[in-house]
Ligand binder design. Structure first.
Ligand code: PMP
Length: 394
């Protein structure tokens, strides 16, 4: 009874984050499918929260991991040893920005990348204030939590890091709150946890201009929107603006823990002097993770996966149209179903369906079902998903 034993151990010894976790037991995963101990399969419409953009265990990623495991693992703290997977990935990432953001600082997660970017902005500008958005999610560490807009998650942890000011995402009138004491504006190009909310082209132009006028860095949190999820490698590429800092993680590692913040050398240089070691990490840019990350980036750039995103999103949108509003930025999707009770009931029913389908909810939008499948999902799998969701809703 290994199944019962593992479930029991999960509840006995693993710290829990909700009173009723899904506790979905998975023994194997491949492509868009995860397999339970009894062999039944689950269609993954979440991708580990926008991580498995290439699906589970993409062969190119697995091969790169194997090769790196056979070469070397951790060597020394970040930034001291020249490691092939790191330098090649850094070069390839810089190229995604046309070389504008030519330097990459590797870390191991999204929250860590946010923390590093916040420190970089303070250090580079000599200012302390960070402007971010209400209903933003940037992570769970103290600085990232302070930057986020989930006020309900903060009271038990006060005081958080001071110096954060929150504006409304996409509201032009709020941009005058960015001032000469602002080190940076930290913003999601599409708000994820708020239930997939975007802003107008005019907003992005005005935000860029305001940051430039005030001498503040514009830092985009592409942790959820990057790596092709919304139909371009980075989402900002659809907005007609150039950021000063990109923060990334999640899909970056192809299923391995990897994050980064990127900036021009002239900005990044502030971390290395007065005093030196302005930001340090032991495991950031682990060679196995960077090898997986490089393979992921290469697959995305040498295939039509990103180009196919609009078509796949349209197929979902057409199939789900009878149910309710579908807000989406490519394959980052929020289906309005009316209430949190309905979200939970639909999620549960989908897990009991045949085949089972994994969906999720949003932190700050309790009326919408969250859908973010691997970009590798096929038309046939989309049709299966749509059919199952329609049946679960009705
Ligand atoms: N920023 C955004 C936009 C995110 O979606 C997340 C994770 N959901 C984070 C930051 C934090 O990343 P991590 O969980 O890897 O710390």
């Amino acid at each position: 009874m290994a199944h019962a034993t593992n479930r029991a151990l999960f509840f006995a010894h693993q710290a829990q984050t909700t009173p009723e976790p899904l506790a979905l037991e998975i023994t194997r995963a491949e492509g868009c499918w995860m397999y339970r101990p009894d062999g039944t399969r689950v269609l993954d419409l979440i991708s580990g929260i926008s991580v498995s953009n290439l699906g589970h265990r993409h062969p190119a990623v697995v091969a790169a991991i194997h090769q790196q495991v056979d070469t070397y693992l951790h060597l020394l703290v970040y930034g001291e040893v020249v490691q092939t997977p790191q330098v090649q990935l850094a070069q390839a990432l810089a190229a995604t920005t046309g070389g504008r953001l030519g330097q990459v600082y590797f870390v191991s997660s999204g929250s860590e990348a946010i923390e590093g970017a916040i420190k970089l902005a303070k250090r580079h500008t000599g200012r302390y204030q960070i402007v971010s958005c209400r209903q933003a999610y940037h992570g769970s560490t103290h600085g990232a939590l302070a930057a986020g807009g989930g006020e309900g998650y903060k009271p038990g942890y006060l005081p958080l890091v001071p110096g954060f000011k929150h504006i409304r995402h996409g509201v032009l009138e709020d941009l005058d709150r960015i001032g000469c004491r602002t080190a940076a504006v930290l913003i999601e190009p599409v708000q994820g946890e708020a239930g997939v909310r975007d802003a107008s082209p005019a907003y992005w132009q005005a935000l860029r201009q305001r940051c430039t006028d005030m001498g503040a860095l514009l830092m985009v949190d592409e942790i959820q929107t990057g790596y092709g999820r919304t139909g371009t490698f980075w989402h900002y590429q659809q907005l007609g603006i150039e950021p000063d800092v990109i923060v990334t993680a999640k899909g970056m590692g192809g299923g391995m823990p990897l994050g980064a913040f990127m900036a021009a050398e002239s900005v990044m240089a502030s971390l290395k002097a007065n005093p030196l070691l302005g930001h340090i990490t032991t495991f950031g840019g682990h060679p196995v993770c960077c090898a997986a990350g490089l393979a992921t980036l290469n697959v995305l750039q040498n295939s039509d996966l990103i180009a196919q995103v609009p078509h796949k999103a349209r197929r979902f949108a057409q199939g789900l149209a009878p149910i309710g509003e579908l807000r989406h930025a490519g394959l980052l999707m929020a289906l309005e179903v009316g209430s949190f009770e309905r979200v939970l009931a639909i999620q549960k029913r989908l897990l009991e369906a045949n085949p089972a389908v994994l969906t999720d909810w949003f932190l700050y939008c309790d009326t919408a079902l969250r859908l973010a499948p691997p970009l590798t999902i096929s038309d046939h799998e989309i049709d299966l998903a749509v059919e199952a969701i329609r049946a679960a809703v009705s």
